[in-house]
Design a protein around this ligand. Structure first.
Ligand SMILES: Cc1cc2nc3c(=O)[nH]c(=O)nc-3n(C[C@H](O)[C@H](O)[C@H](O)COP(=O)(O)O)c2cc1C
Length: 138
């Protein structure tokens, strides 16, 4: 069972979440690849059986619009039945971007793991690693 973590991060907070989630997945025994979104494509991502997507709240409670949103739009229709986790960092909002993102993933027919993990600014890495470890067992 191969797992990819695919993320976008402007100032490093979501990247720190991604790295901690990677550690947890590996602790949980999952074969894991960590990819920033510019290093992959929808077709390449589709070869993984599980995917954890990470993107902070940007714009006004939306996914980052130049790189991540176009990528996600291109993979969204391939997510049917795929074990999918969502995570990202935010600051002043109420997490609306994650609520909207979860709705998209469920509408695509993906098997969504738990609630998307949100962390304000710099993450609690232990919380992220535990999320990854549970995703390994999902
Ligand atoms: C252009 C821009 C727009 C943002 N919009 C929001 C927002 O709508 N809601 C929110 O909670 N945080 C918003 N933030 C804060 C970021 O989500 C927060 O700083 C996060 O930690 C950035 O993650 P990163 O370090 O992975 O880039 C915004 C930040 C920037 C730079």
């Amino acid at each position: 069972m191969s797992t990819a973590i695919i993320y976008w991060s402007g100032t490093g907070n979501t990247e720190a979440m991604a790295k901690a989630i990677e550690r947890g997945l590996k602790e949980g025994g999952a074969e894991t690849v960590l990819l920033s979104v510019d290093k992959t494509s929808a077709d390449a991502a589709d070869t993984y059986e599980k995917i954890a997507f990470g993107c902070p709240s940007m714009g006004e409670e939306v996914l980052e619009e130049n790189e991540f949103e176009p990528f996600f739009l291109s993979i969204e229709k391939k997510l049917g039945g795929k074990k999918t986790a969502l995570f990202g960092s935010y600051n002043w909002g109420d997490g609306q971007w994650m609520q909207d993102w979860q709705k998209r993933v469920k509408a695509a027919g993906a098997a969504l793991f738990e609630e998307g993990l949100i962390q304000q600014e710099a993450p609690a890495e232990t919380v992220c690693a535990e999320f990854g470890k549970r995703f390994a067992a999902f």
